[in-house]
Design a protein around this ligand. Structure first.
Ligand code: COA
Length: 164
């Protein structure tokens, strides 16, 4: 089995991450998110650059001998003092994206990177991690369940398009 390193990304990983994300263009699994505009590197790459320099957004990567083969993107939210009257937590995180290269899937990389991400966030003091997962994304849903995520609410949507 190839050795895989899990670590926090640095600005030096910009190209490797952009290369990985370029696969989003032709990835059928990504088409589940129909309301999002298709991947566009002219928009995505500058966003990745910004994330890599941000304190609030963290990118964690899995890397093997061929380069970066997966990433997770996490937004960490520290509740300002004045807002603490409204919520019961001080720091939480949102998993914005978990993505494994198409040819590296089903090898346990997604699960390992997710576990690494949770450990990293615990060390940073986050009290919980939340995320959105399409109900039809069975693979991701099975992975999250296996790692210990619980369903806490259901988002309902009523489609108004084509309705009178
Ligand atoms: C979802 C994704 C991250 C899984 O990554 P992966 O490296 O293939 O997953 P792993 O090999 O670590 O498998 C972890 C678990 O996922 C589930 N899983 C993986 N492949 C699966 C498949 N083909 N069918 C059903 N479940 C599957 C299983 O529960 C598996 O656990 P097990 O190995 O103990 O049986 C990857 O498919 C991906 O990047 N998909 C596109 C992006 C995406 O949908 N991200 C999630 C957004 S919410």
């Amino acid at each position: 089995m190839k050795k895989i390193i899990y670590r926090k990304a640095t600005p030096k990983d910009y190209e490797g991450i952009c290369k990985l994300r370029h696969q989003l263009l032709d990835d059928p699994e990504e088409r589940l998110a129909v309301e999002y505009a298709p991947y566009n590197e002219k928009i995505d790459n500058p966003w990745i650059k910004k994330c890599l320099r941000s304190k609030r957004i963290v990118i964690l990567v899995a890397e093997d001998s061929e380069g970066i083969c997966a990433h997770s993107i996490v937004a960490v939210e520290k509740v300002p003092q004045r807002m603490l009257v409204y919520v019961t937590y001080k720091k939480k995180a949102r998993l914005v994206h978990l993505y494994v290269a198409v040819n590296k899937r089903h090898q346990g990389i997604g699960k390992m990177l997710l576990k690494y991400t949770l450990k990293y966030l615990k060390e940073k003091g986050a009290e919980f991690v939340d995320l959105e997962c399409y109900m039809r994304n069975d693979k991701a849903a099975a992975l999250y369940k296996k790692v210990g995520f619980k369903d806490v609410f259901v988002e309902k949507r009523y489609d108004l398009k084509g309705k009178k």
